[in-house]
Design a protein around this ligand. Structure first.
Ligand SMILES: Nc1ncnc2c1ncn2[C@@H]1O[C@H](COP(=O)(O)OP(=O)(O)OP(=O)(O)O)[C@@H](O)[C@H]1O
Ligand SMILES: [Mg+2]
Length: 292
């Protein structure tokens, strides 16, 4: 991390109380004490102004440091954009947050009490972190409605899913999500017949059925038409506030439409952070993009 970012980070930390850092001084090293304090299961404690907190996270693959002392945090309801050249570690960072990859060192907290490094991938999804991979993974032989319904069943681990019926709250949510993802007119269409963009929205809808607190979206507009990209920007802006979002994208005009704070990753750590204009004017950022 660069000195100015460190200073900025220090200022932000000073402003907010900092339980995860402080917790590391406890006898338990923070972990046992922290998970033991979840007051209400399913609740994420964001009273310290963060829904996601990474500190000094590193991971190596065969000696190559894909993530290198990465620190960043995200506020509740924030829509954070992550950019960076190929191989910067953006997807690997999402793998770490979702429990797919275990870091060699560092701290990863969901809210101020949930230590994600103590949880399995399936538990992390249940805790309220939804992830959208680049390729759409909808069930092509099922209708839009059935896909959304199934997302709820699988998430809730409903065993007798044949007899599963949505309750009225869930039906209302499904109807609301159909409107949000602009597929209300396509409820009975087979997912396989949707356009690439519509499949991506359906998959986002499937994540929304699980009511995630944090959504991680890896290159969501790759392969979309300009119109689909514009609609996706609208969709993300409506989700902001209700959910926290971390969006990785290479499409800068899309980032310009949706972004507040943009974090630039390079060589596994934060190279710069600020508005898109600020980071695009940063010499170091220009260099890493031009240099590759
Ligand atoms: N499981 C793995 N084993 C070995 N190397 C890996 C593994 N996962 C990622 N890497 C390496 O880690 C580095 C970071 O990869 P990552 O996929 O996170 O980059 P990225 O920022 O998502 O890039 P892109 O913009 O191309 O998607 C790359 O050099 C990649 O080859
Ligand atoms: Mg990637």
């Amino acid at each position: 991390m660069t000195p100015d970012l460190l200073e900025e980070g220090a200022r932000r930390l000073e402003k907010r109380a900092s339980p995860p850092t402080g917790l590391n001084n406890t006898e338990s090293g923070g972990r046992n004490a922290s998970t033991g304090r979840i007051a209400t299961p399913g609740e994420v404690d964001v009273s310290h102004g963060r829904i996601l907190y990474l500190e000094d996270v590193s991971v190596s693959f065969d000696g190559f440091k894909a993530i290198n002392k990465l620190s960043l945090d995200i506020a509740p309801g924030e829509l954070r954009c992550i950019i960076g050249p190929n191989g910067a570690g953006k997807t690997t960072m999402m793998d770490i947050i979702t429990g797919k990859t275990r870091p060699n060192e560092g701290t990863v907290f969901f809210g101020s009490t949930i230590d994600l490094l103590r949880h399995k991938e399936s538990e992390i999804a249940q805790l309220g972190i939804g992830r959208k991979f680049q390729k759409p993974t909808v069930f092509e032989q099922l209708t839009v409605y059935e896909n959304l319904e199934l997302a709820l069943k699988t998430h809730k681990g409903v065993k007798a899913s044949m007899f599963f019926r949505l309750d009225s709250v869930q039906s209302d949510r499904l109807a609301e999500i159909l409107v949000t993802i602009q597929l209300a007119g396509s409820v009975n269409r087979l997912a396989g017949n949707l356009s690439h963009g519509q499949k991506q929205w359906l998959e986002i809808g499937m994540l929304l059925m699980q009511d995630p607190k944090l959504l991680l979206l890896d290159e969501p507009v790759a392969g979309m038409t300009d119109e689909e990209t514009a609609r996706t920007a609208e969709l993300f802006l409506t989700l902001k506030g209700k959910h926290s979002l971390m969006v990785v994208e290479h499409d800068m005009s899309f980032i310009r439409t949706i972004s507040e704070i943009v974090t630039v990753l390079c060589d596994g750590s934060v190279l710069a952070q600020g508005t898109l204009d600020q980071v695009q004017a940063d010499e170091r950022v220009i260099e890493v993009y031009l240099g590759r």
